[in-house]
Design a protein. Structure first.
Length: 208
């Protein structure tokens, strides 16, 4: 009976991650396939192929994104993007939503973005516990309100790190970790199951 239980758990460890991965990929492909509905009916692949091929929406979305990036990289494209953004900035409700989303996307996706600067440990949710947090940016107006040095931190929730809490804490009340942002995110998403592995230090000997 013990062996049967062990085999069952081993099978679960193999199939659960695989099943979830297939489900997520399938759901993503299904959502992106909806982009084909933007095309005229006579232009859709299933209309002239006679059969529906899953995943063509992914290809179409990728082509549109790459083409947009190539177009925006030249002078004419940059001017059109600036014109489009200035137009959106004139719409009362849209400008606040678009501006906030653009700042976040630029920070997260651009190579020079500084979305999360460092991985920290902070006291949360009470003084006797610690939580992983990321150091982010602090508005200049807020900086001038503190006597001591403070840092802005984002404390993500588990297992969805896109949600969380944004705080200002004293610099001397946090512990800075020698951990990458990716490793910290993996630990948070996996609820600590996937823990970062410390690289062993290599001893340097004279003459090496």
């Amino acid at each position: 009976m013990t062996a049967l239980k062990r085999y069952f758990i081993t099978g679960l460890l193999i199939w659960v991650p695989l099943g979830i991965t297939i489900w997520v990929v399938s759901a993503l492909m299904g959502a992106l396939d909806q982009s084909l509905l933007l095309l005229p009916e006579t232009w859709r692949p299933d209309a002239w192929l006679g059969v529906r091929i899953p995943g063509l929406g992914v290809i179409l979305t990728g082509v549109v994104i790459v083409t947009t990036g190539m177009f925006a990289a030249n002078l004419i494209g940059q001017r059109l993007v600036l014109f489009w953004e200035s137009l959106l900035q004139r719409i009362p409700v849209v400008k606040s939503i678009y501006g906030s989303v653009k700042q976040v996307s630029d920070s997260l996706l651009s190579g020079s973005g500084m979305a999360f600067k460092k991985v920290l440990l902070v006291h949360y949710p009470h003084p006797e516990s610690w939580s992983l947090a990321f150091q982010t940016n602090m508005p200049d107006e807020v900086k001038g309100q503190f006597d001591a040095e403070h840092v802005a931190v984002f404390i993500p929730t588990t297992p969805s790190p896109v949600n969380g809490f944004y705080f200002y804490v004293r610099r001397d009340a946090v512990i800075e970790l020698d951990m990458s942002v990716d490793a910290a995110l993996k630990a948070i998403v996996s609820m600590g199951v996937v823990a970062p592995v410390m690289k062993p230090e290599v001893a340097n000997y004279p003459g090496d």
